[in-house]
Design a protein around this ligand. Structure first.
Ligand code: DGP
Length: 126
């Protein structure tokens, strides 16, 4: 087993201790449905290895980072949104409202999204 944390929620999902609606897994990553979806399709892609956030990625994790990105189009294909489009979001740190300290890419899609993601952001920041 790769490095895991006993009390990490997402490590516990990897180990099958907490149920999740898993849609894809390989030796490196796991993808499952977010428990509080914000879009018709809302999956989380996580590394099997416990890494708290993007800030904790090391050069030795380069392949893991690649596996997360490579899984995105595979999961999008499974969900039927590969061609219609999707967004990949890595909340990192408190300003982003990251709540689970185990890297996770939110893969969201299934409807037309807005940009920028913050209402009024362009007006505020020029
Ligand atoms: P973030 O705020 O970026 O850390 O997102 C964490 C996401 O994890 C949030 O959208 C809800 C989801 N989540 C939290 N607990 C669980 C759980 O027990 N199961 C599943 N499937 N998702 C969870």
């Amino acid at each position: 087993m790769l490095q895991q944390e006993a009390d990490c929620l997402f490590c516990r999902i990897v180990r099958g201790e907490i149920p999740a609606r898993i849609v894809y897994r390989n030796d490196h990553v796991l993808a499952f449905r977010d428990i509080t979806p914000v879009a018709p399709q809302h999956l989380l892609i996580i590394p099997v290895k416990h890494i708290a956030s993007l800030n904790d990625l090391c050069p030795e994790d380069e392949a893991i980072a690649g596996h997360i990105l490579l899984a995105a189009s595979v999961v999008a294909d499974i969900e039927g949104i590969r061609e219609s489009g999707y967004r990949l979001v890595f909340n990192t740190g408190k300003d982003s409202l990251q709540s689970v300290l185990h890297i996770h890419a939110h893969l969201i899609g299934g409807e037309r999204m807005g940009w920028p993601p913050f209402p009024g952001a362009a007006a505020l920041h020029g």
